[in-house]
Design a protein around this ligand. Structure first.
Ligand code: Q46
Ligand code: ZN
Ligand code: ZN
Length: 322
């Protein structure tokens, strides 16, 4: 197996792209592909301030590294969820992932904003989930709600033009599969590489939406980026992981299935398969009287009903400054 560009020994073979590359050409190719995706979907420009949600895992650290190499003005946001803080799963998962994010930022002189959920709201994510019994026996629904709220708040307070998350093609295909199984038209309509301001408050973009999980892992390893290898202990046994396994089986038999599935969905949407969101739905949103974020709830938003210890003006810590 030889590199298509220089014909030396290849380190990666991407059957879905019919492409083998050596280390150096893979690292360049990966950055170039991400840059093309950012431009293709008009995600952001070099003059805009970008906030990258970092978890300490391979995808988010690879994304921050790529944005940095492409010369974007990107700061990081790490949210310490307090997972493992009380010995759940036997590992202080959040503390380990925080260490990776901090080290990554300080090695490159990048600015990392940090929010610690327990310090800010008095409880960790598993504790909020246990107290409120919201979302059954998994804390994931509370976790998603709190992360969304904090990301929106920090992005708005910091004046960032866009919030980027490292959702990759495997994530997007699994979400699409889940939404298509039940034909959830509202969720299908909202799934896109860019969520415009107003749909989720801050504008959001997913520069890795066409990147296979295997490709971002290869990038992190070949770039020598230390990252947390363990998954969050609560991810085990999740429906999303099950859908990812099914799609991986499909991909093994038919390389490029995931990419085709996702990109043809986007094309069908462009061609009007899903009707555009009616303007009335935007009008139904109003600012939450407690935190000020837009909500469709009659009074306080779901976050404020869940987390009573809200400090509306709280600012994130700044671990490292550029
Ligand atoms: S971090 Fe949070 Fe995930 Fe862990 S508790 Fe569930 S949602 S699995 S992305
Ligand atoms: Zn090469
Ligand atoms: Zn609120």
């Amino acid at each position: 197996m030889r590199c298509r560009t220089c014909h030396t020994k290849a380190v990666i073979n991407m059957r879905h792209h019919r492409l083998s590359l050596c280390k150096d050409h893979y690292l360049d190719w990966f950055v170039e592909q991400t840059g093309k995706t950012i431009k293709k979907y008009h995600m952001f420009g070099h003059s805009q301030r970008v906030l990258v949600a970092v978890s300490g895992g391979k995808d988010s650290l690879s994304l921050w590294d790529v944005l940095w190499r492409l010369g974007y003005n990107a700061d990081g946001l790490y949210i310490n969820l307090g997972i493992g803080a009380d010995g759940e799963g036997g590992l202080p998962y959040s503390d380990l992932s925080a260490e990776h994010a901090s080290r990554f930022a300080s090695e490159r002189g990048l600015k990392l904003l940090q929010v610690n959920i327990r310090q800010e709201y008095g409880e960790t994510i598993p504790e909020i989930a246990a107290r409120t019994r919201h979302g059954g026996d998994r804390p994931c629904s509370v976790c998603g709600l709190v992360k969304r709220h904090v990301m929106n708040r920090v992005a708005a307070q910091g004046g960032y033009a866009v919030l980027t998350t490292a959702h990759n093609l495997d994530d997007e295909a699994a979400v699409l599969f889940s939404n298509a199984l039940t034909w959830s038209s509202e969720l299908l309509r909202r799934q896109a590489p860019v969520l415009e301001e107003g749909e989720g408050l801050t504008r959001k973009a997913k520069p890795f939406c066409r990147v296979y999980e295997r490709e971002s892992a290869a990038y992190a390893i070949l770039r020598g980026i230390p990252y947390i290898h363990d998954e969050c202990p609560y991810a085990e046994g999740s429906t999303t992981l099950y859908y990812k396994e099914i799609l991986n089986q499909l991909e093994t038999k038919r390389p490029s299935s995931k990419l085709t599935y996702y990109t043809t969905f986007l094309k069908a949407k462009d061609e009007g398969l899903f009707t555009p969101e009616p303007p009335e739905e935007h009008k139904a949103l109003h600012p939450c009287p407690s935190c000020g974020q837009l909500t469709s709830a009659a009074e306080r938003c779901a976050f404020c009903r869940l987390v009573p210890g809200l400090k509306p003006g709280a600012s994130p810590d700044q671990a490292t400054s550029r």
